[in-house]
Ligand binder design. Structure first.
Ligand code: C2E
Ligand code: MG
Ligand code: MG
Length: 319
C-alpha cells in the first residue's frame, strides 16, 4: 500500500484513481500506483502554474492565416493560444488546454484569448484596408457549457468594438452532439448575436452532416488527418471530396486544415474547396508577424486593384 499518513492524500489519490477509472471506461476500478502518483503531482503542479500564468499574463495569442483558395488571399486568422512558461519555455496548447478544462480555468483563459483576438482584429480593421478579415476563436466543451457564454461574448464584442459578423467561434462536432439540446439553444443565441459558427476537426467525431446541418453552423473545418492522408496521385482524396460536396450542397463553406504540400493544395483547389489553412501558407504567427502578413496581403490587393484599373483604362482606350 502507499502508506498514507495524511488523510487528504488518501482522498486525493482516490480521486485520481476514480478519475482514471472513469476515463478508461465504466464498471472498472483502479488501484492507485506510484506512477499515477507522480502523474498526479505533475498535474497539480501544472494546475498551480496555470493559475499563476493567468495572473502573470504569460499567454500569447498566435494567428494562423486562413486563405480563400479561389482568390489566394487571406480571409482571416485562427487564434491559437501559446503559453510562455518561465521555466519550461513555450508550452503547446495540447499540453495545457485539457488541464485548464478539468480545472475550470479554461473559462478565464478562454475570455483572455477571445478579448485579445477581438481587440487585435479590430486593430487590423482600423489600420489596413482589409476590412472583411475575420478571426476564428476555439471554444472548449466547458466554455460552451457556460450558461453565460453569450453574455460574455456580447460583452467582449462591446468592449472591443468589434462587429459580431467578423468573429467566428469554433467548436468540435463532439461538443455539439453530446449536448444536442444545450448546443441548439447556445448556437441559436450566438447566431442571433451575429457571430459565425464553425465545426472544428470535422471527421474525427460522429460526422453526421445531415444532423449538424440542423444547427446554425456556417463553416466546416475538415480535420487535418484527412488532408494529410491525401496522396500525390489522388489516393484517399475521395473522403475530402465527398465532405466538400455535401457541405457545399448544404450551403456550408469548407476549410481544409493542415495543408502542407503543393499536391494537397492543387487537389483541394481542383475539387473546389473554398478555404485552406496550413503550414504551406504559414505557421501560426505572433501578432507582429501576422500584422506584417496582413500588410503584405494588402500590398497584394492594392497591386491587383492597380492591375484592374490599368486593364480598365486600357479597355476604355480600346473602346
Ligand atoms: P485546432 O483548433 O484544430 O487548431 C489547428 C491546429 O493545427 C493548431 O495546433 C495548428 O498550429 C495546427 N496546424 C495548422 N496547420 C498545420 C499543418 O499544416 N500541419 C500540422 N501538422 N499542424 C498544423 P495548435 O496551435 O498546437 O493547437 C492545438 C489545439 O489546441 C487546437 O486545434 C485547439 O483544439 C486547441 N486550442 C488552441 N488554442 C486554443 C484556445 O485558445 N482555446 C481552446 N479552447 N482551445 C485551443
Ligand atoms: Mg480550431
Ligand atoms: Mg482543427
Amino acid at each position: 500500500s502507499a502508506g498514507y499518513e495524511d488523510p487528504e492524500n488518501v482522498l486525493r489519490d482516490a480521486d485520481t484513481a476514480m478519475y482514471r477509472a472513469k476515463e478508461s471506461g465504466k464498471a472498472r476500478f483502479e488501484v492507485f500506483d506510484s506512477s499515477m502518483h507522480s502523474h498526479a503531482v505533475a498535474l497539480l503542479q501544472l494546475e498551480n502554474d496555470l493559475r499563476r500564468a493567468i495572473e502573470r499574463r504569460e499567454f500569447r495569442v498566435y494567428y494562423q492565416p486562413i486563405i480563400d483558395l479561389e482568390t489566394d488571399t487571406v480571409s482571416g486568422f485562427e487564434a491559437l493560444v501559446r503559453w510562455y512558461h518561465p521555466e519550461r519555455g513555450l508550452v503547446p496548447p495540447d499540453e495545457f488546454i485539457p488541464i485548464a478544462e478539468d480545472t475550470g480555468l479554461i473559462v478565464e483563459l478562454g475570455n483572455i484569448v477571445l478579448r485579445e483576438s477581438c481587440r487585435q482584429l479590430r486593430e487590423w480593421h482600423s489600420t489596413s484596408s482589409l476590412k472583411s478579415l475575420t478571426v476564428a476563436v476555439n471554444l472548449s466543451a466547458k466554455q460552451f457549457a457556460q450558461p453565460n457564454l453569450v453574455t460574455q461574448v456580447k460583452e467582449i464584442l462591446r468592449e472591443t468594438g468589434l462587429d459580431a459578423q467578423y468573429l467566428k467561434l469554433e467548436i468540435t462536432e463532439t461538443v455539439v452532439m453530446e449536448n444536442a439540446e444545450v448546443a441548439r439553444t447556445m448556437l441559436s443565441q450566438l447566431c442571433a448575436l451575429g457571430v459565425q459558427l464553425s465545426i472544428d476537426d470535422f471527421g474525427t467525431g460522429y460526422s453526421s452532416l445531415s444532423y449538424l446541418h440542423r444547427f446554425p453552423v456556417k463553416t466546416l473545418k475538415i480535420d487535418r488527418s484527412f488532408i494529410g492522408r491525401m496522396g500525390t496521385n489522388g489516393e484517399n482524396s475521395e473522403v475530402v471530396k465527398t465532405i466538400n460536396t455535401l457541405a457545399n450542397n448544404l450551403g456550408m463553406s469548407v476549410v481544409a486544415e493542415g495543408i502542407e504540400t503543393e499536391e494537397q493544395l492543387a487537389q483541394l483547389k481542383g475539387m473546389g474547396c473554398g478555404f485552406g489553412q496550413g503550414y504551406i501558407f504559414s505557421r501560426p504567427l505572433m501578432a507582429e508577424a501576422a500584422t506584417q502578413f496582413v500588410q503584405e496581403q494588402q500590398a497584394f490587393v492594392v497591386s491587383n486593384l492597380i492591375d484592374d484599373s490599368l486593364v480598365q483604362s486600357q479597355l476604355q482606350m480600346v473602346n
